[in-house]
Design a protein around this ligand. Structure first.
Ligand code: MG
Length: 278
Protein backbone atom coordinates (compact mmCIF):
# COMPACT_ATOMS: atom_id res chain seq x y z
CA UNK A 1 0.00 0.00 0.00
CA UNK A 2 1.31 3.48 -0.76
CA UNK A 3 0.43 6.61 1.14
CA UNK A 4 0.49 10.20 0.11
CA UNK A 5 3.65 11.90 1.31
CA UNK A 6 1.38 14.27 3.21
CA UNK A 7 0.71 11.81 6.02
CA UNK A 8 4.09 13.08 7.27
CA UNK A 9 3.95 16.52 8.90
CA UNK A 10 6.73 19.09 8.82
CA UNK A 11 8.65 19.92 12.03
CA UNK A 12 6.74 23.21 12.27
CA UNK A 13 3.41 21.40 11.91
CA UNK A 14 4.38 18.89 14.60
CA UNK A 15 5.05 21.75 16.99
CA UNK A 16 1.63 23.24 16.28
CA UNK A 17 0.08 19.97 17.48
CA UNK A 18 1.49 20.37 21.01
CA UNK A 19 -1.12 22.89 22.20
CA UNK A 20 -4.25 20.98 21.10
CA UNK A 21 -2.72 17.84 22.60
CA UNK A 22 -2.25 19.55 25.97
CA UNK A 23 -5.80 20.96 25.88
CA UNK A 24 -7.10 17.44 25.29
CA UNK A 25 -5.01 16.12 28.20
CA UNK A 26 -6.25 18.88 30.51
CA UNK A 27 -9.88 18.10 29.71
CA UNK A 28 -9.37 14.44 30.60
CA UNK A 29 -7.55 15.32 33.83
CA UNK A 30 -10.55 17.39 34.89
CA UNK A 31 -13.04 14.67 34.01
CA UNK A 32 -10.99 12.01 35.79
CA UNK A 33 -11.08 14.09 38.97
CA UNK A 34 -14.86 14.48 38.71
CA UNK A 35 -15.85 10.84 38.14
CA UNK A 36 -17.70 9.56 41.22
CA UNK A 37 -21.03 7.94 42.03
CA UNK A 38 -23.87 10.38 41.38
CA UNK A 39 -22.28 12.48 38.64
CA UNK A 40 -23.99 12.40 35.25
CA UNK A 41 -22.16 11.94 31.98
CA UNK A 42 -23.63 15.29 30.85
CA UNK A 43 -21.91 16.95 33.82
CA UNK A 44 -18.62 15.33 32.84
CA UNK A 45 -19.15 16.61 29.30
CA UNK A 46 -19.65 20.18 30.55
CA UNK A 47 -16.46 19.97 32.63
CA UNK A 48 -14.43 18.89 29.59
CA UNK A 49 -15.94 21.60 27.39
CA UNK A 50 -15.17 24.32 29.96
CA UNK A 51 -11.52 23.26 30.18
CA UNK A 52 -11.05 23.09 26.42
CA UNK A 53 -12.68 26.48 25.79
CA UNK A 54 -10.77 28.09 28.69
CA UNK A 55 -7.57 27.17 26.85
CA UNK A 56 -8.77 28.88 23.66
CA UNK A 57 -9.46 25.56 21.94
CA UNK A 58 -12.71 24.04 20.66
CA UNK A 59 -14.13 20.56 21.25
CA UNK A 60 -13.43 18.79 17.97
CA UNK A 61 -15.94 15.96 18.44
CA UNK A 62 -18.59 18.62 17.74
CA UNK A 63 -17.26 18.75 14.18
CA UNK A 64 -18.44 15.19 13.59
CA UNK A 65 -21.73 15.48 11.69
CA UNK A 66 -24.64 15.06 14.09
CA UNK A 67 -22.56 15.02 17.30
CA UNK A 68 -23.08 17.87 19.74
CA UNK A 69 -20.88 16.93 22.68
CA UNK A 70 -17.28 17.38 23.84
CA UNK A 71 -16.66 13.84 25.08
CA UNK A 72 -17.87 10.32 24.54
CA UNK A 73 -18.70 8.57 27.81
CA UNK A 74 -18.95 4.78 27.50
CA UNK A 75 -20.02 2.87 30.62
CA UNK A 76 -19.63 -0.86 31.44
CA UNK A 77 -20.59 -2.86 28.31
CA UNK A 78 -20.31 0.25 26.15
CA UNK A 79 -16.96 0.31 24.36
CA UNK A 80 -16.83 3.69 22.61
CA UNK A 81 -19.01 6.54 21.29
CA UNK A 82 -21.37 6.70 24.30
CA UNK A 83 -23.35 9.96 24.23
CA UNK A 84 -23.24 12.12 27.39
CA UNK A 85 -26.65 12.61 29.00
CA UNK A 86 -28.56 11.99 32.20
CA UNK A 87 -26.96 8.63 32.92
CA UNK A 88 -25.79 8.64 36.54
CA UNK A 89 -22.42 7.05 37.30
CA UNK A 90 -22.72 4.25 39.88
CA UNK A 91 -20.25 2.60 42.24
CA UNK A 92 -18.40 -0.15 40.38
CA UNK A 93 -18.92 1.34 36.91
CA UNK A 94 -16.08 1.19 34.40
CA UNK A 95 -16.18 4.50 32.56
CA UNK A 96 -14.29 5.28 29.35
CA UNK A 97 -13.99 8.96 28.42
CA UNK A 98 -12.78 10.04 24.96
CA UNK A 99 -12.05 13.73 24.39
CA UNK A 100 -10.51 15.92 21.73
CA UNK A 101 -9.57 19.55 21.16
CA UNK A 102 -8.78 21.62 18.11
CA UNK A 103 -6.52 24.64 18.39
CA UNK A 104 -5.03 26.67 15.57
CA UNK A 105 -6.45 24.23 13.04
CA UNK A 106 -4.73 21.17 14.57
CA UNK A 107 -6.24 18.35 16.60
CA UNK A 108 -5.67 16.25 19.70
CA UNK A 109 -7.50 13.01 20.59
CA UNK A 110 -7.14 10.88 23.74
CA UNK A 111 -9.11 8.58 26.03
CA UNK A 112 -8.97 7.22 29.58
CA UNK A 113 -10.81 4.51 31.49
CA UNK A 114 -11.69 4.88 35.18
CA UNK A 115 -13.17 2.23 37.49
CA UNK A 116 -15.37 3.68 40.25
CA UNK A 117 -14.71 2.06 43.66
CA UNK A 118 -17.41 -0.23 45.07
CA UNK A 119 -16.57 -1.89 48.40
CA UNK A 120 -19.64 -4.16 48.10
CA UNK A 121 -18.36 -5.82 44.87
CA UNK A 122 -14.59 -6.23 45.29
CA UNK A 123 -14.18 -9.01 42.71
CA UNK A 124 -16.09 -7.12 39.99
CA UNK A 125 -14.08 -3.98 40.64
CA UNK A 126 -10.79 -5.89 40.65
CA UNK A 127 -11.59 -7.59 37.34
CA UNK A 128 -12.58 -4.28 35.74
CA UNK A 129 -9.54 -2.47 37.15
CA UNK A 130 -7.25 -5.11 35.71
CA UNK A 131 -9.00 -4.74 32.33
CA UNK A 132 -8.45 -0.97 32.46
CA UNK A 133 -4.81 -1.40 33.53
CA UNK A 134 -4.04 -4.03 30.87
CA UNK A 135 -5.58 -1.81 28.20
CA UNK A 136 -3.63 1.25 29.38
CA UNK A 137 -0.34 -0.64 29.52
CA UNK A 138 -0.98 -2.13 26.07
CA UNK A 139 -1.27 1.44 24.80
CA UNK A 140 2.10 2.33 26.35
CA UNK A 141 3.67 -0.80 24.84
CA UNK A 142 2.35 0.30 21.45
CA UNK A 143 3.68 3.82 21.98
CA UNK A 144 7.08 2.50 23.07
CA UNK A 145 7.30 0.39 19.93
CA UNK A 146 6.92 3.56 17.82
CA UNK A 147 10.36 4.63 19.06
CA UNK A 148 12.07 1.77 17.21
CA UNK A 149 9.53 0.48 14.67
CA UNK A 150 10.36 0.57 10.96
CA UNK A 151 6.71 0.23 9.92
CA UNK A 152 3.40 0.97 11.58
CA UNK A 153 2.29 -2.67 11.91
CA UNK A 154 4.85 -3.16 14.69
CA UNK A 155 2.54 -1.17 16.96
CA UNK A 156 -0.35 -3.63 16.69
CA UNK A 157 2.00 -6.54 17.32
CA UNK A 158 3.32 -4.91 20.50
CA UNK A 159 -0.22 -4.20 21.76
CA UNK A 160 -1.47 -7.71 21.04
CA UNK A 161 1.57 -9.42 22.56
CA UNK A 162 1.21 -7.46 25.80
CA UNK A 163 -2.53 -8.14 26.14
CA UNK A 164 -2.08 -11.84 25.40
CA UNK A 165 0.59 -12.01 28.11
CA UNK A 166 -1.92 -10.77 30.70
CA UNK A 167 -4.75 -13.25 30.25
CA UNK A 168 -7.78 -13.84 28.10
CA UNK A 169 -9.10 -10.57 26.68
CA UNK A 170 -10.83 -9.52 23.49
CA UNK A 171 -9.12 -6.90 21.27
CA UNK A 172 -11.72 -5.08 19.21
CA UNK A 173 -11.28 -5.25 15.46
CA UNK A 174 -14.34 -3.20 14.41
CA UNK A 175 -12.59 0.04 15.43
CA UNK A 176 -8.92 1.02 15.21
CA UNK A 177 -6.62 4.02 15.68
CA UNK A 178 -5.80 6.59 13.04
CA UNK A 179 -3.55 9.34 11.80
CA UNK A 180 -4.34 12.81 13.18
CA UNK A 181 -3.50 16.35 12.14
CA UNK A 182 -5.64 19.03 10.54
CA UNK A 183 -8.44 16.48 10.80
CA UNK A 184 -9.11 14.33 13.84
CA UNK A 185 -9.31 11.18 11.72
CA UNK A 186 -6.71 10.82 8.97
CA UNK A 187 -4.84 8.06 7.21
CA UNK A 188 -3.31 5.68 8.10
CA UNK A 189 -5.32 3.17 10.16
CA UNK A 190 -3.47 2.01 13.30
CA UNK A 191 -4.32 -1.57 14.17
CA UNK A 192 -4.34 -2.80 17.76
CA UNK A 193 -3.42 -6.32 16.71
CA UNK A 194 -0.91 -8.04 14.45
CA UNK A 195 -1.50 -7.53 10.72
CA UNK A 196 0.57 -8.84 7.85
CA UNK A 197 0.57 -5.63 5.84
CA UNK A 198 3.46 -3.48 7.06
CA UNK A 199 1.66 -0.15 6.76
CA UNK A 200 3.53 3.12 6.23
CA UNK A 201 7.08 3.75 7.38
CA UNK A 202 7.50 5.07 10.89
CA UNK A 203 9.62 8.18 10.34
CA UNK A 204 9.71 11.86 11.37
CA UNK A 205 6.42 13.61 10.67
CA UNK A 206 4.14 10.65 11.43
CA UNK A 207 1.41 11.48 13.97
CA UNK A 208 -0.95 8.75 15.10
CA UNK A 209 -3.73 8.23 17.62
CA UNK A 210 -3.23 4.75 19.10
CA UNK A 211 -6.38 3.52 20.87
CA UNK A 212 -6.73 -0.08 22.02
CA UNK A 213 -10.31 -1.12 22.86
CA UNK A 214 -10.36 -4.28 24.97
CA UNK A 215 -13.16 -6.42 26.44
CA UNK A 216 -13.54 -9.07 29.11
CA UNK A 217 -15.27 -11.32 26.58
CA UNK A 218 -15.94 -11.50 22.87
CA UNK A 219 -14.96 -8.78 20.38
CA UNK A 220 -18.39 -8.64 18.77
CA UNK A 221 -20.12 -5.26 19.05
CA UNK A 222 -23.36 -3.64 17.97
CA UNK A 223 -24.62 -0.07 17.66
CA UNK A 224 -27.31 1.00 20.12
CA UNK A 225 -30.64 2.57 19.06
CA UNK A 226 -29.10 6.03 19.51
CA UNK A 227 -27.02 5.28 16.37
CA UNK A 228 -23.76 6.15 18.18
CA UNK A 229 -23.05 3.99 21.19
CA UNK A 230 -21.00 0.85 20.49
CA UNK A 231 -21.56 -1.95 23.03
CA UNK A 232 -20.44 -5.55 23.42
CA UNK A 233 -22.89 -8.18 22.18
CA UNK A 234 -22.13 -10.48 25.13
CA UNK A 235 -22.57 -7.65 27.64
CA UNK A 236 -19.05 -7.91 29.08
CA UNK A 237 -17.22 -4.78 30.21
CA UNK A 238 -14.82 -2.89 27.96
CA UNK A 239 -11.95 -0.42 28.32
CA UNK A 240 -10.49 2.20 25.96
CA UNK A 241 -7.26 4.15 26.25
CA UNK A 242 -5.85 6.53 23.65
CA UNK A 243 -3.03 8.97 23.06
CA UNK A 244 -1.93 11.07 20.09
CA UNK A 245 1.82 10.64 19.45
CA UNK A 246 4.25 12.45 17.15
CA UNK A 247 7.39 10.95 15.62
CA UNK A 248 10.04 13.62 15.00
CA UNK A 249 13.72 13.77 14.15
CA UNK A 250 14.72 13.63 17.83
CA UNK A 251 12.43 10.81 18.90
CA UNK A 252 8.79 10.42 19.90
CA UNK A 253 6.56 12.71 21.99
CA UNK A 254 3.14 11.90 23.40
CA UNK A 255 1.18 15.04 22.50
CA UNK A 256 -1.74 14.28 24.84
CA UNK A 257 0.38 13.77 27.99
CA UNK A 258 1.77 16.74 29.96
CA UNK A 259 5.14 14.99 30.31
CA UNK A 260 5.18 13.64 26.76
CA UNK A 261 4.74 10.18 28.21
CA UNK A 262 8.03 10.23 30.17
CA UNK A 263 6.75 8.61 33.37
CA UNK A 264 4.90 5.74 31.68
CA UNK A 265 7.58 5.11 29.05
CA UNK A 266 10.58 5.06 31.43
CA UNK A 267 9.94 1.47 32.60
CA UNK A 268 9.76 0.47 28.92
CA UNK A 269 13.19 1.96 28.23
CA UNK A 270 11.95 4.86 26.09
CA UNK A 271 12.68 8.52 26.82
CA UNK A 272 10.38 10.89 24.92
CA UNK A 273 11.98 13.99 23.41
CA UNK A 274 10.15 17.35 23.26
CA UNK A 275 9.33 18.63 19.79
CA UNK A 276 11.58 21.61 19.09
CA UNK A 277 9.84 24.93 18.42
CA UNK A 278 11.10 26.43 15.23
MG1 MG B 1 -9.35 8.45 18.17
Amino acid sequence: MSFRKSIYKTPAELHLMVAPGLATAASLDAVRAAIRPGVTTAELDAIAEDVIRSLGAVPNFMKEPGYRHTICASVNDEVVHGIPGDRVIQAGDIVSIDSGAELGGWNGDAAITVVVPDPSRPSVVAERQKLADVTEQSLWCGIASLATASHLNHIGGAIEDYIDSQGKYGILEDYVGHGIGRSMHEEPPVFNYRVRERGPQVKPGLVVAIEPMVTLGSIDTYTREDDWTIATVDGTAAAHWEHSIAVHAGGIWVLTAEDGGAAALAPLGVKPVPIPSR
